[in-house]
Design a binder for this molecule. Structure first.
Ligand code: SAH
Length: 390
């Protein structure tokens, strides 16, 4: 097996448990370097560090899969890891729908698997993981006897690994429009054409967090996607709910979701650019009791972080202005490029500019089925804040 030796100075991060090895951290490689192959990684002085997959096309040269010298990477390995991930979800009580595998946090770098009851949606975002897709599908079949498995690898990041974007069935074809249950409601999920894997499971705990503040309230939700927060607001007793999203497809599904839950009289949706509407309605001095904001990432790269900061600040400032005194702002950010402390600073800046005082109700992160590993910063990616705005 090919041996990768780290440079002398930089092995601490990896020793402390981080599974990524960047190209510029490697001193010497002994043996052939074939993209996607399994290699052994050693310290400068030859101490075994772990075993993982290599890709010279990627900035992350090696991602470690195991630290156990005696553990082989084969189909059996993926079966064991999937069982372990499933056992963990069962222990913490996320079984019907859950993120079954959350990449690095489940010791399977660049692998994402969402479980929607009997259906599974999979993403293999690095070449070295993609090579094991067959073994992963076999393991899923063995453990769950699924009704369907689908690949949502239509993700640009795959191109950095020298792979194509693609999507399609990994099992016998099935109807990819399914219905899932969450918090006592039901939601349509379009596995084939929905965003990401079709549904944002990471907000499932946070959707429950609005239960009390929306009672009898007029609620505005911008960036509503398929209306999941909006439907929760209706279900929890809001007086009226208006959801906005730029995607017609999302808004149509949101309307269907409202119907599915008998909330179509209360929950209305519009396909519009939320930036324009928030600006216009601030000028018109429209007011709501609760404003919910769950925008997209705004940037995918650290270089453009300022763009994200500006975007978050603008919508939150407008959201605050659209609230009646004592109203609640529910606001989220899903990019790991904005850490929790920076997110709170942005909200603070927005409040100062809007001349508002904030009282924090709760500050949360992603649902528990997306575990946070303390030594891997980007496993904490979702920020979810509720504040009372005076
Ligand atoms: N809260 C949702 C997820 C929102 S994802 C849930 O829990 O399911 C972010 C959404 O913002 C996407 O649906 C995307 O279509 C929408 N979006 C992106 N830019 C927008 C814009 N300028 N105006 C309105 N919606 C936008």
């Amino acid at each position: 097996m090919t041996k990768v030796f780290l440079k002398k100075k930089i092995q601490n991060r990896v020793l402390q448990g981080h599974p990524w090895i960047f190209g510029n951290e490697v001193g010497e490689i002994q043996g052939p370097v074939d993209a996607g192959d399994i290699v052994d990684v050693f310290t400068h002085s030859g101490h075994f560090l772990g075993r993982g997959y290599i890709n010279p096309q990627s900035q992350i040269l090696v991602r470690l899969l195991t630290r156990d010298k005696d553990e082989q990477i084969d189909a059996e390995f993926f079966y064991r890891r999937l069982l372990k991930a499933w056992k963990y979800r069962q222990q913490i009580g996320y079984t019907e729908n859950c993120r079954l595998v959350f990449g690095e946090a489940d010791e399977m770098p660049a692998l994402v698997i969402d479980k929607f009851n009997d259906y599974f949606v999979l993403q293999t975002l690095a070449l070295g993981m993609d090579k094991w897709k067959g073994a992963i599908v076999d393991a899923l079949t063995k453990i769950f006897s699924p009704k369907g498995i689908y690949e949502r690898n239509d993700v640009p990041v795959r191109e950095l690994e020298g792979m194509q974007q693609q999507k399609g069935f990994l099992s016998a074809p099935f109807d990819t429009n399914i219905i899932i249950r969450e918090n006592g409601l039901q939601f349509h999920v379009d596995i084939e054409n929905g965003q990401k894997t079709g549904y944002f499971l990471d907000q499932q705990d946070n959707r429950r967090a609005i239960q009390h503040i929306v009672k009898d309230a007029d609620v505005l939700e911008a960036f509503c996607y398929t209306g999941t927060f909006s439907c929760h607001a209706g279900y929890y007793g809001a007086k009226s709910v208006l959801g906005l999203d730029i995607s017609e497809h999302a808004v149509n599904t949101a309307r269907k979701n409202a119907q599915l839950n008998n909330l179509e009289d209360k929950c209305k949706f519009q396909a519009v650019n939320a930036f324009d509407v928030l600006k216009q309605w601030t000028k018109e001095e429209k007011k709501f009791d609760v404003v919910i904001l769950d925008p997209p990432a705004f940037t995918k790269s650290r270089e453009n972080i300022q763009k994200a900061i500006t975007g978050y600040k603008e919508i939150n400032l407008r959201g605050m202005k659209l609230l009646k005194p004592g109203g609640f702002l529910v606001t989220a950010s899903c990019t790991n490029l904005v850490p929790p402390s920076m997110f709170l600073e942005i909200i603070d800046m927005a409040a100062k500019d809007a001349k508002k005082k904030l009282r924090q109700v709760t500050f949360q992160t992603q649902a528990q089925d997306h575990p946070i590993l303390w030594n891997i910063e980007n496993t904490t990616y979702l920020k979810f804040l509720i504040v009372e705005v005076q």
